[in-house]
Design a protein around this ligand. Structure first.
Ligand code: MEV
Length: 329
């Protein structure tokens, strides 16, 4: 293959961010905001038509290129997942790039192989973290980590840095979610590090992390019963636990409060410190309006979307000679 395009979705976390880093349960849904990448064989590395540098080629991409040992490619990136917002943009980028490079090199592009490679890239760039975002983006739909599952739902198992995660797919009932972006970009690694230090230095913090794992399990139970009242209440409770851990901020709290009168529940999503919150609601338009009037940008997101996809487009873009129209007499 000489030209390949791949795409992978972003995600939001219903319950379990931060505690999942320590192997606790979590629930995540992929969303209809995607990262797309097209790669073609080239004499030198290029990104969006410019020579590749450490500024326009992310460490995730460099890791994947080095790991696979690919020959130079020209890369076109079209990222529709806002970065630093808790919606898994770097996981989506890693999945899309891993899939495109694997395909062009004739390597496996099944979801598990891509999820593993994307997680390695993410971990090498951040130096910490769980395979939650990368697995959600690779598989699409809804996934859970470290919950009881039926054999048929098992996806893959990942071990790293003394923790291990069983990743399984989950059935997701009809639900509607609105995401609210504070517009404040926050890197994941320092927030994960903040929670790690707090958890290690305080029994109180480590109990909160355990509690968040139990809340995620209760949330799965509520979801399986289609009990949106209960699931929403657990989300709001989880936001309070995350706030105690120090990963919320005034802007996130404001958007959560604004959403609550028209929602079953709301919470920050992702690593926090800025970025996004998410509300479970059956009045998405009202929640979107409330988010906007409190300074946020609302996204009424679709879930149940496909994971990483890859396609060979070597034939595309080549001009076919036009057939001359016969002259009309
Ligand atoms: C970030 O989307 C989620 C965190 O739990 C970090 C991770 O799981 O790697 C904060």
């Amino acid at each position: 293959m000489t030209t390949v395009s791949a795409s992978a979705p972003g995600k939001f976390v219903i319950l379990g961010e931060h505690s999942v880093v320590y192997g606790k349960p979590a629930l995540v849904l992929a969303i209809n905001k995607r990262f797309s990448i097209r790669v073609s064989r080239s004499k030198e590395y290029k990104v969006n038509g410019r020579p590749a540098t450490q500024y326009n080629m992310s460490p995730h991409m460099m890791y994947i290129s080095n790991k696979i040992g690919t020959s130079p490619v020209s890369i076109f990136v079209d990222g529709r997942v806002p970065s630093g917002s808790g919606l898994g943009s770097s996981a989506a980028l890693s999945n899309a790039y891993a899939a495109a490079i694997s395909a062009i090199e004739g390597l496996p592009t099944d979801r598990e192989s891509i999820a593993r490679l994307a997680y390695e890239a993410e971990y090498s760039a951040q130096g910490r973290g769980s395979p939650m975002d990368t697995s959600a983006s690779a598989n699409g739909g809804g996934i859970a980590l470290n919950v009881p599952y039926d054999e048929k739902d098992f996806l893959w198992h990942i071990d790293n840095a003394g923790n291990s995660w069983d990743i399984s797919r989950i059935d997701v009932p009809e639900m509607s979610f609105v995401i609210g972006n504070t517009g404040i970009r926050a890197a994941t690694a320092p927030l994960v590090e903040r929670v790690r230090k707090y958890r290690e230095s305080s029994r109180f913090a480590s109990d909160i992390v355990d509690e968040m794992g139990d809340v995620a399990l209760d949330g799965l139970d509520a979801m399986r019963r289609n009990d949106l009242e209960e699931l929403g209440a657990l989300m709001t409770y989880d936001h309070k636990l995350l706030s105690i851990l120090g990963v919320s901020c005034n802007e996130l709290d404001r958007l959560v409060e604004a959403a609550l009168p028209n929602s079953y529940g709301a919470k920050l999503t992702g690593s926090g410190g800025g970025g996004c919150m998410v509300a479970l609601t059956d009045r998405p338009d009202r929640v979107a309006k409330a988010i906007r009037s409190h300074g946020g940008t609302p996204y009424i997101v679709k879930t149940g979307v496909p994971g990483v996809t890859v396609r060979n487009c070597s034939g595309r873009g080549r001009r076919r000679p036009r057939k001359k129209k016969p002259k009309q007499e």
